[in-house]
Structure formats: structure tokens, C-alpha cells
Design a protein around this ligand. Structure first.
Ligand code: NAD
Length: 333
């Protein structure tokens, strides 16, 4: 049987990536929607043949507890709203997928984990790359030391942000700037190539070239992690210009993905030649991977759970602290 998924928030990612992917999935299907905009509800009902009984707004959402058609709630709202809707979904007895970054504070992440645990429901984060074959290959190359120990990593993700009025530029909603939005991929990249947790971080803000637009959040920033093995990583994230690269220099060679974090196709090479892997739909692979485990009653793999989301949010906060204080932040404590 296919699990029924309800998308909460019908913005860019739901409309252009998740809903189309749910037409290709084997273990789940688009069963419901939660939206504050009646016109969107009408459009989606027709386009995806969703019954009125499976349409909610933000006020009626809690009634989803009585809906047997919906097994999984997928929260695709601005970052500061993730906590509330994950908690409400768990209280309604649903498994939850929550987009990245999991939340804007560590306390919010913990509350979300606790709510899911209390309701005996599983919580997955939208870490689609963990189901993506090129990414899985660089995890293998790094973690199994195929080219010897990893010495240094360049892991960066950024893009030129458009609309100056979007929530991504509002600190209260986004939790920060490009670091929260896409820098998180660069953090993940360094962590999954080494398979280690960083022990310290230094970071720097770049001067703002558009102080008006970036009044509340950083425009570009840099950070450096040290890992227990001695590996180091250097990262850039930005809303001023594009960068998307994950490069690892190892004792006996190197490997890289570029592009490394977007919707694909990703492209990879090593010092021995190109990386050849199947190209998949990231969102379909992610939702199928999560839903297959839910159907089989398995515990979700640690690296896509709320605990992993919390680890990243803790690191993002440490990066900000390092940049604000100019100090090396010890992450072991
Ligand atoms: P978006 O702005 O396009 O959509 C946000 C949705 O939330 C809209 O439908 C909007 O109507 C709704 N909303 C409800 N209350 C709102 C409020 N008070 N202010 C603004 N919007 C409100 O954003 P998006 O790009 O779809 O991002 C949503 C989430 O998905 C974010 O957490 C983002 O980080 C994540 N995301 C993840 C990926 C990925 O590759 N995993 C890609 C894009 C976005």
C-alpha cells in the first residue's frame, strides 16, 4: 500500500518539486493539502484529484487526526513555522517529514523531537541528498578512505537571491540568511564526506554589498571546521552570487561533486576519472526511502532524523557565534 502524504504549505518547493515527485513515488502518494489560500486549494484539488475531505487550512489542520487517508504530514513552511506544525502533526498521530533547516533554534528542534517521541511517531528531515546516488558515492569515497584519509574539504553552497521582500531575508522567519537556507548543505557535505563531527569552528562575515537588502541577515559568510581525524573544511555560503561545490583532497587523490547540492543532475569526478551513477528524482527517492521504512515499521536511519536536524542547527548556531565573536568555538563541549 502507498502511504498518504499531506503537504503543509504550497509554496515553491511543494508546487514545483514535491507534488510532481509524488506522481512518481512507489511507496507514497499525494493525499492531502494544508494551505491558507483558498484559491490554491481549488487549483490543487483539481490538478491532483484531491477530495475536499483531505483539504485543511492552518486552523482546521488538527482535525487531520481523524483522517485515515493521511499517514504522513510533510511540513514545507518558512523555517520559524516548522516547530508548530511538526508538533501539531505528531499530536494528530501522524509521522512527519520536516523541511531543512529543521527549525531556527536548538530548543525548537528538541521540542519537535520530544513531541514525536511522545506521540510514538517518526520524524524525518528533508535531507533528500542522503538518497541520491552521487552523494552516496562521495560518502563512500570519504568515509571508507578510498583515496586515503581526507585532508581538506571545500564545501560551499550559495545563490543570488531575488525578491528583497521574501521571508528568507527576515531573521525572525528564516533564523538567519544563506547559512540557514543553503549553508546547511555545505555543513552536511563536510560531515558526510568525513563521517565525523567537527570539533571546532571559526567563521567570518563578508562585508555587505547591499546593506539595505541584507539589513537583517548576512549576505555572504565563510567558516572552517576541524575534524577529529585532522581533516579541515572551508566553506562559503552566499545570497549574493552562486557557488555549489563539494571537493575533498585526500592523501592519495581527490574527488568532487559540482554541482553538489541542487536538484540534479549532480556531476562528479575523482582523480581517477568521472563518477558514473544513475540520475534520480531527489524528492521521489527521499519520500520513497522514508515511506518504505515507515511501511516496514523500521526505525529511520539516524542521518535523516530529527536528531540529525538538531545536530546541524546546533552547528549553524555555533558558526554564527564564531563569526560574531571572532573566536574559535569549541564544539566538543
Ligand atoms: P515559499 O516561500 O515558496 O513557500 C512557503 C509557503 O508557506 C507558501 O505557500 C506560503 O503561502 C506559506 N506560508 C504560510 N504562512 C506564511 C507566512 N507567514 N509567511 C510566508 N509564507 C507563509 O518557500 P519554499 O521555497 O517552498 O520553502 C519552504 C521550506 O522548504 C523552507 O523551510 C525551505 O528551507 C525548504 N526548502 C527545501 C528545499 C530542499 O531542497 N530540501 C528546497 C526549497 C525549500
Amino acid at each position: 500500500r502507498k502511504l498518504g502524504v499531506a503537504l503543509v504549505g504550497l509554496g515553491y518547493y511543494s508546487k514545483n518539486l514535491l507534488a510532481p515527485a509524488l506522481q512518481q513515488t512507489q511507496h507514497c502518494r499525494l493525499a492531502g493539502i494544508v494551505t491558507g489560500t483558498p484559491a490554491k486549494a481549488e487549483e490543487w484539488k483539481q490538478k491532483y484529484n484531491i477530495s475536499q475531505a483531505n483539504v485543511y487550512d492552518y486552523k482546521t489542520f488538527d482535525r487531520i487526526i481523524d483522517n485515515k487517508d493521511i499517514d504522513v504530514v510533510y511540513v514545507v513552511l518558512p523555517n520559524n513555522m516548522h516547530r508548530e506544525f511538526v508538533v501539531r502533526a505528531a499530536q494528530a498521530g501522524k509521522h512527519v517529514i520536516c523541511e531543512k533547516p529543521m527549525a531556527i533554534t536548538v530548543a525548537d528542534c528538541q521540542a519537535m523531537i520530544d513531541a514525536c517521541k511522545k506521540a510514538n511517531r517518526q520524524l524525518a528531515i528533508g535531507y533528500r541528498l542522503h538518497y541520491e546516488p552521487f552523494t552516496q558515492e562521495v560518502m563512500r569515497l570519504g568515509q571508507q578512505k578510498v583515496f586515503g584519509p581526507v585532508k581538506f574539504i571545500e564545501s560551499s553552497d550559495g545563490f543570488r537571491s531575488g525578491d528583497p521582500n521574501q521571508w528568507r531575508l527576515k531573521k525572525a522567519m528564516a533564523g538567519g540568511g544563506p547559512l540557514m537556507d543553503v549553508g546547511i548543505y555545505a555543513v552536511q557535505g563536510a560531515r558526510y564526506v568525513t563521517g565525523e563531527e567537527p570539533i571546532s569552528v571559526t567563521a567570518q562575515f563578508s562585508p555587505k554589498t547591499d546593506p539595505q537588502k541584507f539589513k537583517e541577515v548576512e549576505e555572504t559568510m565563510f567558516w572552517q571546521f576541524r575534524f577529529p581525524s585532522g581533516a579541515v573544511s572551508n566553506s562559503t555560503t552566499s545570497y549574493a552570487s552562486g557557488v555549489e561545490r563539494l571537493y575533498a583532497s585526500c592523501q592519495d587523490g581527490w574527488f568532487e561533486l559540482s554541482p553538489a547540492f541542487g536538484y540534479g543532475p549532480l556531476k562528479g569526478r575523482t582523480s581517477k576519472g568521472p563518477i558514473e551513477k544513475p540520475v534520480v528524482n531527489h524528492q521521489a527517492a527521499h519520500m520513497d526511502g522514508v515511506c518504505k521504512d515507515l511501511i516496514d515499521g523500521k526505525k529511520l536511519p539516524d542521518h535523516i532524523t530529527g536528531e540529525e536536524g538538531l545536530r546541524d542547527v546546533r552547528l549553524l548556531q555555533a558558526i554564527y557565534r564564531a563569526a560574531e565573536t571572532g573566536r574559535t568555538i569549541d564544539l566538543k563541549a
